[in-house]
Design a protein around this ligand. Structure first.
Ligand SMILES: [Zn+2]
Length: 334
């Protein structure tokens, strides 16, 4: 690297550090993981749980994803800034089949990281604490349309996959559709234990509880006749929203939380088409509450108006993953 290029990078690192956010160099096509890391670094609850994990006696394991995640999140905050704090983490993912030099799907990588944390973290209590941070608990009800008997099943998701329509969408509308009743007939009929055979059924999903961190995937990639197409259509999403105001009807009878207000703090953006693209991220700073835009090593302060340009419908990057945080309750005086 020439002296001029070196000066350029150290100046960039210094400037990003002053902004309170570190850029991450594109290391063997790592923009997808870079954008996820920016979002995970903004999820300070996650770093907080990993910090509680006593790893001092652990053998330095280059294959252990939670250990390397703990290290990279700390390295992204270190002073002075490191030129490539995420290299070991990327190599660790590569050893766990999330390979370098491949363009990945951000939601798939996100769920793989959460899954690998569950598999590889020896402290089970802390591993479950991480799972609970994201856990969306639901109840699926299947009603036989012939004998009316109902079968209920509890399930959970770590990220809410939302189907989007060809035209205009709103996040609240997409969420309402996710929980809408669906009639399953013909080949989609379900087995009814009362009737002892497959019968037309009605499926409904209700929320049992909402997590601290609500991760949402806008399903922009659709498989059509063997090839994947990206849907650039507009999906509006609010900076803050309250489930109990707009989506109360999706709560199950067991739902007992009274705090359902959420604020957006990270958006993973996909630019380009289904076969070749680039990932960037908007993240909201913990302390100064400002929005920042991270495009690999380049970080700049931005605004909520800029974040809204990722709604889609234009020749720009489109929001692909949204991360909302439940607003903390106002401390009550006793
Ligand atoms: Zn039946």
């Amino acid at each position: 690297m020439s002296a001029g290029v070196c000066r350029f990078f150290s100046e960039l690192l210094r400037r990003n550090a002053q902004l309170g956010m570190r850029g991450l160099t594109n290391y063997y096509l790592s923009c997808c993981v870079n954008s996820l890391l920016q979002s995970l670094a903004a999820t300070w609850e996650l770093a907080g749980i990993l910090e509680k994990w006593a790893t001092a006696g652990l053998r330095a394991d280059s294959r252990n994803v939670p250990l390397q995640l703990k290290k990279v999140l700390a390295a992204m905050r270190s002073d002075p800034p490191q030129p490539c704090p995420h290299r070991d983490f990327l190599n660790c993912l590569d050893r766990n089949s999330i390979h370098l030099n491949i363009q990945h799907d951000a939601d798939e990588v996100f769920l793989s990281i959460l899954n690998l944390i569950q598999q590889q973290m020896e402290d089970r209590d802390l591993a479950l604490e991480i799972q609970n941070l994201y856990k969306i608990s639901m109840e699926t009800q299947l009603q036989c349309l012939e004998c009316n008997s109902v079968q209920s099943r509890s399930t959970y998701l770590l990220s809410l996959p939302l189907h989007i329509k060809e035209d205009h969408n709103s996040l609240e509308g997409c969420m309402a559709s996710f929980f809408e009743h669906q009639e399953l007939r013909g080949a989609n009929s379900c087995f009814c234990s009362q009737c002892g055979t497959r019968k037309p059924s009605r499926r409904g999903v209700k929320l049992n509880s909402l997590p601290q961190i609500l991760c949402i995937q806008l399903k922009r990639f659709r498989n059509m006749r063997g090839s994947t197409r990206k849907m650039d259509c507009e999906v509006t999403f609010p900076e803050t929203f309250d489930f109990s105001e707009s989506l109360r009807e999706v709560f199950s009878a067991n739902f007992s939380q009274d705090d359902c207000r959420y604020s957006l703090y990270a958006v993973v953006v996909h630019c380009g088409c289904a076969v070749s693209g680039h990932y960037t991220a908007f993240v909201r700073h913990k302390d100064n509450k400002q929005w920042y835009y991270a495009d690999d090593s380049h970080v700049q302060q931005t605004s909520w108006e800029d974040v809204q340009t990722s709604y889609g419908g234009r020749y720009r990057g489109t929001a692909y993953m949204l991360m909302y945080r439940r607003d903390s309750k106002e401390p009550t005086s006793t």
